[in-house]
Design a protein around this ligand. Structure first.
Ligand code: GTP
Ligand code: MG
Length: 194
């Protein structure tokens, strides 16, 4: 996909603020600091349009990115960061529930996991939550650059087994460092943007 235009449209905290046009939407999900914002930047060739940080908790709102006046990427705050108060966790839960339960233009969610580690209980919960709402999921096993090549297959199998991945969902290994997997991801996403 050639990206000619990529700009933030709104940082939303509630449904009233979501864009009103009916463009298809692809949302991100995943643990804090796993690489959701970096994934968006790599796909659209922008260094820091979606703000990234080495510290968890950078993204706090639902950030809608207009891509080519054709669809939206929606960057979301991550989960599983220990230093978050109960109140903040509840706020996060409400915001996510509202978005994923109501948004009928959402075509697919990209669930990002770290290929180095077994998916956490939170990852499994997030995947089950998306399946409960019958949302198609593409799992991205990111930070591929951080493991030796000969470990790739075993690590991917562990992701699939731990999430108990549906036969209709896929997992693609990816690196925002080296761009590995980028073309494969675009061809997968384009099927959901027609
Ligand atoms: P929150 O917004 O806090 O939920 O985090 P996020 O999931 O958006 O993570 P972000 O994209 O900000 O990346 C977190 C850190 O991981 C940054 O230091 C990135 O440079 C690094 N990172 C992301 N993807 C990769 C990757 O594929 N390889 C390597 N080596 N580092 C990565
Ligand atoms: Mg982020």
């Amino acid at each position: 996909m050639k990206v000619n235009k990529a700009e933030i449209v709104i940082s939303a905290v509630s449904e009233k603020q979501y864009p009103k046009d009916r463009w298809p939407e692809i949302a991100l999900a995943g643990r804090s600091n796993v690489g959701k914002s970096s994934f968006i930047n790599k796909l659209i060739n922008r260094k820091n349009l979606a703000r990234t940080s080495s510290k968890p908790g950078k993204t706090q709102t639902l950030n809608f990115y207009n891509i080519n006046d054709a669809f939206y990427f929606v960057d979301v705050p991550g989960y599983g960061y220990a230093k978050v108060s109960k109140k903040e966790r509840e706020k996060w839960g409400k915001m996510m529930e509202e978005y994923f339960s109501l948004r009928d233009t959402l075509r697919l969610t990209v669930l990002i996991v770290d290929i180095r580690h077994k998916p956490t209980e939170d990852d499994v919960m997030m995947y089950d939550f998306l399946k409960y709402y019958e949302i198609p999921v593409l799992v991205i096993a990111t930070k591929l650059d951080k493991i030796p090549k000969n470990k790739k297959a075993t690590h991917l199998k562990r992701v699939i087994d731990t999430l108990e991945l549906d036969s209709e969902d896929s997992v693609i290994p990816f690196s925002a460092e080296t761009s590995e997997g980028k073309e494969h991801v675009w061809s997968y996403l384009s099927n959901y943007l027609k």
